[in-house]
Design a protein around this ligand. Structure first.
Ligand SMILES: Nc1ncnc2c1ncn2[C@@H]1O[C@H](COP(=O)(O)OP(=O)(O)O)[C@@H](O)[C@H]1O
Ligand SMILES: [Mg+2]
Length: 254
């Protein structure tokens, strides 16, 4: 990778299901280490875009590049936490984190050691041998994210990972995710329809148009890091929020 090469580039990705266009040409660029969120109405093609980036779905047109290399339609290049990311109920926390290795090449001692290390570092140290049914919703999402991290890809696609959590747990998980991101130095593309969440987490927010989705606008979130909860009630935060809401709904909320 030469200096200045983006980590990830999506150029003109398009997808139709039968007659229905789900994704209009969508283009985006992520620089190494960035945290970028995609917000947009339900059904605008966010998950379709992720499926294309991950290589699970081939676009009808356009391409995807990782470190300047074309990866269009090829899987196994990025970490992907699916919107409905299920843990395997009969595998323990550690065995869920190592699932990727188990399914591809077999779990090594190093994989297991890394899983235990992730779990201990990120709040699951007392639950290594617990099964998913014994975990809270927030903990299950931590395990799912650790599993995505354990694939050791630089780029992580996280599709509404906190969508099903109550608002208090969600806030805790957002702070936790920022810690994981800062320490592991991954590049993150994050889908949410929670505007506050997108601002709190991100360096930039990409706003998608309604179906068929394209990237309609980009906002740079020029707020200091590390982000704190106090930030969420500042005028600067509200200014960004008003801009995004205007882009999404055509006018600012009262
Ligand atoms: N496999 C599929 N077959 C047919 N239609 C699909 C399929 N996947 C998604 N769609 C349609 O494409 C549109 C975009 O879906 P999706 O990417 O899941 O949106 P979002 O994640 O933004 O809510 C929706 O109208 C959805 O019904
Ligand atoms: Mg979706």
């Amino acid at each position: 990778m030469t200096a200045g090469t983006p980590k990830l580039r999506v150029e003109g990705a398009t997808k139709a299901f039968g007659e229905n266009l789900a994704l209009a040409p969508a283009s985006l660029v992520l620089q190494p280490g960035e945290f970028v969120s995609l917000v947009g109405p339900s059904g605008c093609g966010k998950s379709t875009l992720f499926n294309i980036v991950s290589g699970l779905l081939a676009p009808d047109a356009g391409h995807v590049q990782l470190d300047g290399r074309d990866i269009t339609g090829t899987a196994g290049n990025v970490g992907y936490m699916l919107q409905k990311d299920l843990l395997v109920p009969w595998r323990s926390v550690v065995d869920n984190i190592t699932l990727g290795a188990a399914l591809t090449r077999g779990v090594t001692k190093a994989d297991r050691a890394q899983a235990v290390d992730f779990a201990r570092r990120y709040g699951l140290g007392d639950f290594l041998e617990h099964y998913p049914h014994a975990l809270s919703g927030g903990m299950r999402q931590r395990v799912a994210l650790m599993r995505t991290l354990a694939t050791n890809h630089d780029v992580l696609l996280l599709d509404e990972p906190f969508g099903a959590l109550d608002s208090q747990t969600r806030l805790e998980m957002q702070q936790w995710l920022l810690q994981v991101w800062a320490e592991t130095q991954r590049t993150v593309l994050f889908v949410t329809h929670d505007v506050d969440e997108s601002i709190f987490l991100s360096d930039r927010v990409l706003v998608m148009s309604p179906r068929p989705g394209r990237i309609a606008a980009e906002l740079v979130v020029d707020l200091p890091r590390p982000r704190t909860l106090e930030l969420m009630t500042t005028p600067a935060f509200n200014d960004v929020k008003r801009e995004i809401i205007t882009l999404l709904h055509g006018r600012a909320a009262a």
